[in-house]
Design a protein around this ligand. Structure first.
Ligand SMILES: Nc1ncnc2c1ncn2[C@@H]1O[C@H](COP(=O)(O)OP(=O)(O)OP(=O)(O)O)[C@@H](O)[C@H]1O
Ligand SMILES: [Zn+2]
Ligand SMILES: [Zn+2]
Length: 751
């Protein structure tokens, strides 16, 4: 007998970020996902039933429980599979159920609104006297008396009825009206409909699939038909036609009545990809990502729930799209770090996709030319299936890559950003009417401003990072908190006039390039030129239409672009990502270089790649220059194994934040002690857990908060979670935890 309901309350209010238990009265037949009315601290509030149970948690056994008051709507609002998903998300990412439910079902978003309630009646004698004393106040009451339920939002009252703040206050004081709050939910009306789709045929392709594409498609379809709930990794070199594979798979899934989600790593890529798919699937396609306006998002959701949209294309958050007949989720560029959300809930879209497909017996397809080490290792270990496409489409070949040692260039007197050979190749290619892409893993004009006499570097007053100089607007900016200031004319520390703008940003590359090739038209694609939503698409479109010969850009240029006329790719400085204090630095560098190199020579015209570097001997650079994924993988996996890094272990990182440095250090040490003591617990005694830290975080201060961290590493994630759970509970009993904010992340992708 299910006697208790677990109810998530008033989800708009952050402080009530948890669920409560209520008794189920006999006359109510509750279902998971229904909205109900319950009592909370003498208020009637709205809640969502997220669980039904016959036993109470131990700590509640002796507390008297209140009953559920009434059911707001007959049918479950949130489908049970999505509630289950939310529970899973809360548990695996260590966030609250409310946070998790908001992510899974963003339609629940609502707000608390200040409202005015009428207590008096316009006929009362003291109200009638107001008519002569205060005409405005009287008018206010009359308005109010005509509203439904005699209540109105305070804002509307003041704006629409032109009643002043003072008058409102006066009426409240006189006891004629009362002020209160009400939860106004936005767009919760739509329920999911389960339509049965008739098989449909779609327009024919203009070309036949290659043998490798054919094999990949039939492998995935076989799994689907047999009902094998699988994750499949499609490792296809750049230009091997993965997008076509996705398109064919989606067509086949649709024709058997299923729905599909295609994820791309960045919002900016969705429009481009969606256009490609709309060409075949038309109205069935819808775009979904966090960049949409609230209203657009609600509309998109409602269309999906109605069953009129069957293919969702979007960034990370689209993995939650509530399609009714979901059978396939594809993650393109699977290795991309953008699939991990860095705020609560800190989920990885890959894991969510897997969980959803487990629920319905569908397939997750991970596609990449440079799979993440985690995915490839899982494939090699036989945990997931591996499909390979090792050749480019048609006669196109992977381009030859030349590595240029920039130290030698400098010794030979070349102080330019561009090596002699890159300059020469650029001229050659442009003469032939072909296009080039120059890649720089940075944004802004120069990374930092430094005093050449005393070495002082201008940094952000709120964060522990150097400010970036932008020649546009001549300002220095913090890329974390957006602090801006003028660049100094003299050194703030020693007064010297020898201030130098250091480093190479995309703007500087563009400017130097223009000096080198004055006749050439150049486009730039980076954070600054794409702040507005349409700019990204416009820049890429004009490059595609060959309005410019050279595209200069940052890593956002490395992803999934297919320009047949691009035959030369230059990497300005390969070392950038290599020097990051992170065990994934090599993997990132390899992926980035391989992906960028893959933009060259994708159709009939052969391409070539120049990589400039100060560390030409580095193996990640060398392996990338040979398009040697396999070789890189084995070398890197050996290193990870030796150092006990993922994928051989899992890491949970606890970041401690406080605005006083000594407090955060105290807290970090105390947490360290608690964890070390927990280690003596016989339960964890024999397990292979390592506590790393406490240590100052790489970013020691951000937005005025000091940051320290402790990581715990272990082989079994479940055990690791349990260990931290207990350690953190101990920590919160110590006084050192006062005022400390904890930020916990499972398997973080950055240090
Ligand atoms: N079977 C085919 N016949 C002819 N052309 C094809 C075929 N399949 C794909 N193409 C074309 O080949 C080009 C490369 O395909 P696509 O962009 O899908 O590669 P990709 O594997 O996604 O590469 P990347 O990983 O670099 O993004 C595209 O222009 C695509 O239209
Ligand atoms: Zn100085
Ligand atoms: Zn800052």
């Amino acid at each position: 007998m299910l006697r208790y309901a677990e109810v998530l309350l008033d989800v708009a209010n952050r402080r009530l970020d948890q669920s409560y238990h209520y008794l189920i009265p006999e006359h109510l037949s509750l279902k998971i996902g229904m909205r109900v009315l319950v009592n909370l601290q003498n208020r009637k509030v709205q809640g969502l039933v997220v669980g039904l149970t016959s036993d109470l948690p131990e700590e509640l056994e002796r507390t008297p429980l209140k009953p559920v008051l009434e059911i707001i709507d007959e049918h479950s609002l949130v489908p049970p599979d999505l509630i289950e998903l939310a529970h899973w998300l809360a548990k695996t990412t260590l966030c609250s159920m409310a946070q998790s439910l908001h992510t899974v079902w963003p339609l629940l978003k609502g707000k608390m609104e200040k409202r005015l309630f009428l207590l008096a009646s316009p006929k009362d004698s003291d109200v009638q006297t107001l008519r002569w004393l205060n005409e405005e106040a009287f008018r206010g009451i009359e308005v109010l008396a005509r509203t439904r339920n005699n209540e109105i939002s305070r804002n509307l009252f003041i704006k629409r009825a032109h009643i002043s703040e003072e008058t409102v206050e006066m009426l409240i004081q006189q006891g004629m009206i009362r002020e209160g709050y009400r939860f106004i939910s936005v767009g919760v009306g739509q329920r999911r409909e389960t339509k049965v789709h008739r098989p449909q045929e779609y327009s024919e392709r203009t070309f036949a699939l290659s043998a490798e594409q054919e094999a990949a498609v039939s492998a995935v379809m076989t799994s689907l038909r047999v009902g094998l709930c699988e994750t499949i990794l499609l490792h296809g070199v750049t230009g091997s036609g993965k997008t076509e594979v996705y398109r064919e798979l989606i067509a086949q899934v649709l024709s058997r009545g299923g729905d599909a989600i295609l994820l791309v790593p960045e919002i900016s890529l969705t429009a481009q990809v969606a256009r490609y798919f709309q060409a075949q699937f038309g109205e069935n396609v819808i775009i979904l990502h966090s960049g949409l306006r609230a209203k657009e998002k609600i509309q998109a959701w409602e269309e999906i729930l109605k069953g009129t949209k069957r293919i969702v294309i979007g960034a990370r958050s689209a993995v939650f799209a509530p399609l009714a007949n979901l059978q396939l989720i594809i993650l393109d560029e699977e290795h991309d770090g953008a699939y991990k959300q860095d705020e609560n809930p800190k989920y990885h879209a890959r894991d969510v996709a897997r969980k959803r497909m487990e629920q319905v017996g569908g397939v997750v397809l991970l596609g990449s030319a440079t799979p993440s080490l985690e995915a490839y290792a899982a494939a090699k270990a036989g945990k997931i299936r591996l499909l390979t496409m090792s050749r480019r489409i048609g006669h196109s070949q992977l381009p030859p890559v030349e590595i240029v040692d920039m130290r030698k260039e400098l010794m030979q007197g070349n102080r330019s950003i561009f090596s002699k050979v890159l300059q020469q190749k650029l001229r050659e290619r442009l003469e032939l009417g072909e296009q080039a892409m120059l890649f720089l893993n940075r944004r802004g004009y120069s990374t930092f401003v430094v005093c050449r006499e005393c070495g002082y570097v201008v940094s952000c007053p709120n964060c522990d990072v150097t400010l970036t100089y932008h020649s546009q607007g001549q300002s220095m900016r913090c890329h974390y908190c957006d602090h801006q200031e003028q660049p100094p004319l003299t050194c703030p520390k020693c007064g010297s006039r020898y201030i130098r703008f250091f480093g190479q940003g995309t703007q500087r590359v563009e400017e130097e390039l223009q000096v080198l090739l004055p006749e050439t038209s150049i486009l730039r694609l980076d954070f600054d030129t794409t702040r507005n939503r349409e700019a990204h698409t416009m820049i890429l479109e004009s490059f595609r239409r060959q309005k410019a010969s050279i595209l200069v850009g940052t890593q956002m240029m490395a992803k999934g672009l297919d320009f047949p006329n691009v035959t030369l790719v230059g990497v300005i400085a390969a070392d950038q990502t290599l020097n990051m204090p992170d065990f994934r630095a090599k993997e990132r560098t390899f992926q980035l270089l391989t992906q960028v190199a893959g933009r060259a020579g994708r159709s009939e015209k052969a391409g070539e790649v120049i990589i400039q570097t100060y560390t030409p001997g580095d193996s990640a650079i060398e392996k990338a220059s040979h398009h040697d994924y396999e070789g890189f993988f084995w070398e890197e996996i050996r290193y990870r194994k030796g150092r006990k890094y993922p994928p051989f272990t899992h890491i949970i990182r606890v970041l401690l934040l406080h605005d006083k440095e000594e407090r955060v250090i105290l807290g970090a040490n105390s947490l360290g002690t608690c964890l070390n003591e927990r280690m003596r617990d016989p339960k964890f005694g024999n397990t292979d857990l390592d506590i790393l830290g406490p240590a100052q975080a790489v970013l020691a201060r951000l937005k005025n908060q000091w940051r320290w961290q402790i990581s715990v590493r272990g082989i079994y994630l479940e055990e690791l979670r349990e260990f931290l759970h207990q350690g953190i509970r101990d920590f919160f009993k110590t006084s050192a935890s006062n005022g400390i904010i904890l930020n916990i992340e499972v398997d973080p992708l950055t240090n």
